[in-house]
Design a protein around this ligand. Structure first.
Ligand code: FES
Length: 407
């Protein structure tokens, strides 16, 4: 029986810093009359918003879903209204009818057709008379909120170490809004939680990135996030278009991902159909508890699945695309969420897959909701590097406050 529980937001006046983030970056589909989408709760950098059950009386509205006229509760999102009809939404693709990984409006994965327009079901208020189609036709152009492009002098996890720190731009990058994780120390939260910017089609983004590549005279084009893999159709079409505009063999197409939904079949599509040449994957630890602490994914089964998909993706790329793809692995480090013992275990696990693979350890700095944590010192990062090399890894780079060190 689908749940009939609804929520509304409560703002904690003590915790609220009036930073304006919830008004300028996070999208609100119904200002002044909360419909419980939860985007402001997920995106508040100070944890000042929480959701509570809304027991106030609620009428209904009449809409059409897949051609059938139905009554659904009013004052809620399209997603929630569809859930009351038994339509399933989930955080792992394939497990549900509609994939809704971010619920903050950035990824557009949860889109349905409303009155003929591609519309995000998670941050759209259900209105009387709407005509909703849950299957999005192939001909509907996918959308995604994108930041950039910007030139980058260092690159990401899958930028080969010998290109980093040359003192000039080495790639152009864009960042995709929306993430399936809720890391309290999110290092790029103004992109991750952006649900307000105008979305782009894959072609628009590819044209901008290609123009930026020519302007800055670089051969590498990267996408990071947020989490770029969430909207699979958008990402595959984006890379295809980028490859069409940049057919030269030295043009490198670089994806940086947390790897949590990068299945073998998805990786094959990216590499074989869309021409991706460089993949960065960041399994956030070895222990499930650490993964849950870093990502704030509270559902144990889901967290386990994400973590294992990420590690399996590393192995799959090494075993199946090692010849054609440059793989870089990322490891977030801060003693607040990871012990040196786990760093060593991470090194052992990665070395057992391939001791030569490039590992970039990121010195996580205070951000978002973990502003009290301290950025690791360069000395501490060198200690981490030594531990990882002691476990057999031969290409360890550490990001520090004074630049990238290693290998
Ligand atoms: S789940 Fe709705 S936009 Fe990402």
């Amino acid at each position: 029986m689908p749940s009939q529980v609804f929520f509304r937001r409560i703002r904690d006046r003590v915790l609220c810093r009036e930073c304006g983030f919830c008004e300028e970056v996070v999208v609100c589909p119904s200002p002044g009359d909360c419909i419980g989408c939860g985007a402001c709760c997920r995106g508040c950098p100070h944890g000042a918003v929480r959701m509570v059950e809304d027991k106030s009386p609620r009428g209904s509205v009449s809409i059409r879903v897949d051609g059938v006229k139905v009554e659904v509760p009013e004052r809620t999102t399209v997603k929630r209204a569809l859930e009351t009809l038994g339509i399933s939404f989930g955080k792992y693709p394939g497990d549900c009818q509609i994939f809704a990984p971010c619920e903050t409006g950035g990824c557009y994965s949860c889109s349905v057709l409303i009155d003929g327009e591609l519309t995000r079901s998670c941050v759209t208020r259900v209105e009387d008379g709407m005509d909703v189609w849950t299957e999005v036709p192939e001909k509907a152009t996918p959308l995604r909120i994108i930041h950039g492009p910007e030139p980058h002098p260092v690159g990401g996890k899958a930028t080969p170490w010998w290109l980093k720190s040359r003192g000039r731009y080495i790639e152009v990058a864009i960042w995709a809004a929306g993430c399936n994780l809720s890391c309290p120390q999110c290092q790029n939260y103004s992109v991750t939680y952006d649900g307000r910017s105008t979305p782009m089609t894959p072609r628009e983004a590819a044209e901008l990135v290609s123009a930026a590549r020519r302007f800055y005279g670089v051969d590498r084009m990267a996408i990071s996030g947020g989490e770029p893999t969430l909207n699979r159709r958008w990402l595959i079409e984006y890379f295809r278009e980028l490859r069409r505009l940049n057919p030269e063999s030295h043009a490198r197409l670089h994806l940086d991902s947390n790897g949590t939904i990068l299945t073998p079949e998805y990786i094959d599509s990216l590499v074989l159909e869309a021409g991706v040449t460089d993949i960065g994957i960041e399994p956030k630890g070895v222990c499930l508890e650490t993964f849950m602490k870093i990502t704030a994914v509270g559902n144990r089964d889901l967290a386990e699945r994400y973590l294992e998909t990420s590690w399996n993706a590393v192995k799959y790329v090494v075993d199946n695309h090692g010849e054609s793809v440059f793989l870089g692995v990322g490891l977030p480090y801060n003693r607040m969420f990871m012990t040196l013992e786990e760093v060593a275990r991470f090194g052992e696990r990665l070395a057992s897959i391939d001791p030569e693979v490039q590992l970039c350890v990121l010195d996580y700095f205070p951000a978002f909701r973990r502003r009290e944590m301290e950025r690791p010192s360069p000395r501490e990062m060198l200690e981490v590097k030594e531990i990882l090399e002691g476990r057999g890894l031969r290409t360890v780079v550490v990001q520090t406050s004074v630049g990238h060190l290693g290998p």
